[in-house]
Design a binder for this molecule. Structure first.
Ligand code: PEP
Ligand code: MN
Length: 378
């Protein structure tokens, strides 16, 4: 490949340094966060999880290149503030995608790393502009791009003057419909054979489903990836985009805890920060206390909505068995996925339903009585 004048293999592999983090060195780098930035609280929770897992970089899209023009297009400048602020609070770096020259100029001022997405891998004007910027670029492989086309896209950035390019394999389109794309792990080895640039892997956009992320992440490290980019959302069921492939925070932390042994097996390191913190009885109890506090707060919020629902129902239809069954099914399968003992959900929820129904009945009786009284006084 004679045109890979700058991207082509050199005597030494490139390690890319950015604000204290090195990508392409001995250490595996974990990047995590939601597909799209949605709110300040969502980004704060995501940043806390990334930190807890030992991740170094927070992600979140504020300009979203969506397949459909009717899908959420991103929060733009406002979202950028949420991302940057949340990363800063946890002492993480941050990355977001630029989709055109205008968004590139805007994000380049604020984030540590810029992503060029699969759909823009051959947007040559954008690549040339990215070459003029003094920030590392994560260049995703195009949906149907060959490895050669991907490396030539990197060459555009390098030849325009930016030496810091990180390649990202994110799955390619094949005839196989059971996953969103097909993760091409041989591309990691091939790209590293042809080029000195670091290569990271995004299993989320490849799989399109969260049940495969853990095994694909481990396989990616075994295949020589220098890092992982994984979508995670504080509440995937409510995510505005890519919820089905986003890990729950607990799954993200658990996966990170399992990456160390895989890294070690291929002579790399992944330092999960939890290992460095000493866990004492007191620190663990404090963690439990925090979680209990959140549970009670969320239950109170639930009860408030329950009383609003009462106003929309007839008294003889307050109890809705079909809905209870449907909620129960959804929650037990979520519980299974998160490895909760199944009796826990099965015991707790009937009580929650019962208390909710009783409070709705009470509320309806009170409001009917008030109505009778006001009619009688007319
Ligand atoms: C993303 O990372 O949010 C994204 C849109 O990825 P890709 O460009 O790989 O589809
Ligand atoms: Mn996404």
């Amino acid at each position: 490949m004679k045109d890979l004048k700058l991207a082509g293999l050199k005597a030494e592999r490139s390690a890319i340094e950015v604000n204290g983090v090195t990508i392409g060195g001995k250490e595996i780098i974990l990047i995590g966060g939601p597909c799209a930035v949605e709110s300040s609280i969502q980004m704060r929770q995501s940043a806390e999880t990334v930190k807890k897992a030992g991740g170094k970089i927070l992600r979140g899209g504020v300009f979203k290149p969506r397949t459909s023009p009717y899908s959420f297009q991103g929060l733009g400048r406002e979202g950028l503030n949420y991302l940057v602020q949340a990363a800063r609070e946890q002492d993480l770096l941050c990355v977001t995608e630029a989709i055109d020259v205008a968004s590139l100029e805007l994000v380049a001022e604020q984030v540590d790393i810029i992503q060029i997405g699969a759909r823009n891998m051959q947007n040559f004007e954008l690549l040339k502009m990215a070459g003029k910027i003094n920030k590392p670029i994560i260049l995703k492989r195009g949906l149907s791009a060959t490895i050669e086309e991907w490396l030539l896209a990197a060459e555009y950035i390098l030849s325009a003057g930016n030496p810091r390019v990180i390649l990202c394999e994110r799955g390619i389109r094949t005839y196989e419909p059971s996953t969103r794309n097909t993760l091409d792990l041989s591309a990691v080895g091939v790209a590293k054979e042809l080029s000195h640039l670091p290569v990271i892997v995004d299993p989320s956009h490849a799989a399109g489903r969260r049940d495969l992320i853990s095994s694909l992440s481990k396989a990616a490290l075994a295949s020589g990836a220098d890092g992982l980019l994984i979508e995670m959302h504080p509440n995937p069921a409510e995510a505005v985009s890519d919820g089905p492939q986003s890990l729950h925070p607990e799954q993200f932390v658990q996966l990170a805890g399992e990456l160390g042994v895989v890294a070690e097996a291929v002579n790399r390191v992944f330092a999960c920060s939890r290992k460095n913190e000493e866990e004492t009885l007191e620190s663990l109890r404090n963690e439990i206390d925090d979680i209990d506090h959140t549970i009670i707060e969320r239950l109170a919020a639930r009860m408030q909505i329950v009383s609003k629902v009462a106003d929309k129902k007839r008294l003889d239809r307050v109890k809705d068995n079909t809905r209870e069954k449907e909620v129960m099914q959804r929650l037990t399968s979520l519980g299974d996925e998160l490895k909760l003992p199944s009796e826990l959900v099965k015991k707790i929820y009937p009580i929650i339903f019962e208390v909710a129904v009783q409070s709705q009945i009470k509320r309806k009786l009170v409001s009917e009585k008030e109505m009778d009284r006001s009619l009688a006084s007319r």
